[in-house]
Design a protein around this ligand. Structure first.
Ligand code: SAM
Length: 288
């Protein structure tokens, strides 16, 4: 059913097409075939898909070319479903990478499935998997957490939910907020977790920065970062320091340091999350 080839008439159904995340030649041959023969083309961003099709010499001809994104989904879905009902093949691409991965497509796919249509994928690039591949972190089990919330308080609560998960974490982040995210990771996860910041994957200025959270906080400090970013974070591991050890180190540090400095130095020494060490330091300093 899902088999497609150059020049073959495409069977009716919805085809989710993955498109490049930087290098235009990362499109697959099957995606080119489908885009070349689908009865209807739909895209999150029609301009970027048209541009990609131009690069690969795929004519649109007189085929309908629809826009489908988060803001017009409700209005456009019936139109796409009607085309499927008429036995047409519909190719859908998001702006870059794999549709549905922090991109539109979920409701479209679910509605098409509910209406009994064939839904298939032309798999290909996704920033999440490209970043995992180059991160140097375990790939046996991972959790895609999407975009981190923008505000500090919400972001820290969001990180707290992720803290104990026994899987490599995959996060998307804006370059404007990478410093804030790394800082919050240091306070919630501790400084010793391994992390990889993967920027501009497959593009000219691709850059992968690997290290502990504390090292990356320092590496990105004061830097104006541009481009697109995926952050990969190692899973929770034993810090090696138990609560008793942390408490003993804090008691010692508090004899000659402020609560803030004692917490910072003990967190660095033990790799325990800064926030937790700070709370404990406050408690000890208050004599509770
Ligand atoms: N559906 C896409 C996918 O499969 O990766 C993701 C779309 S999401 C709206 C866009 C985010 O993906 C960016 O903000 C960035 O976090 C990440 N991203 C996309 N392209 C990237 C690239 N070339 N390098 C690093 N991150 C990228």
């Amino acid at each position: 059913m899902a088999a497609t080839g150059a020049g073959q008439k495409l069977a009716a159904g919805l085809y989710f097409i993955s498109t490049p995340i930087g290098a235009a030649r990362d499109i697959t041959l099957r995606a080119i075939d489908i885009l070349g023969t689908a009865d209807v083309i739909a895209a999150e961003d029609t301009r970027s898909l048209r541009h990609l099709m131009d690069i690969h010499g795929i004519p649109v001809g007189d085929r309908p070319f629809l826009s489908y994104h988060d803001h017009n989904g409700e209005r456009m879905r019936p139109r796409i479903l009607a085309a499927l009902e008429e036995g047409k093949s519909v190719a859908y691409a998001s702006e870059a990478g794999t549709p549905l991965v922090a991109d539109p497509g979920y409701q479209l796919g679910a509605s098409a499935i509910a209406a009994g249509h064939v839904v298939t994928a032309a798999p290909g690039p996704s920033a999440a998997l490209a970043a995992l591949t180059v991160s140097g972190l375990p790939s046996d089990r991972f959790l895609f957490a999407g975009f981190a919330p923008n505000s500090g308080g919400q972001r820290r609560r969001w990180l707290e939910d992720l803290r104990g998960i026994a899987a490599t974490l995959i996060l998307y982040e804006s370059p404007k907020r990478i410093n804030g995210l790394l800082g919050d990771m240091e306070s919630v996860f501790g400084g010793t977790r391994r992390v990889a910041v993967c920027r501009e994957l497959t593009k000219k200025f691709e850059e992968i920065t690997r290290g502990t959270v504390a090292e990356l906080v320092t590496a990105f400090e004061g830097r104006t970062v541009k481009g697109e970013i995926v952050v990969i974070v190692d899973r929770a591991r034993e810090t090696g320091a138990g609560e008793a050890e942390i408490e003993a180190a804090l008691r010692e540090a508090l004899t000659c340091q402020s609560v803030k400095d004692a917490a910072a130095s003990v967190a660095e020494l033990t790799g325990a999350p800064k926030r937790e060490v700070y709370q404990l330091a406050l408690k000890l300093a208050g004599g509770n």
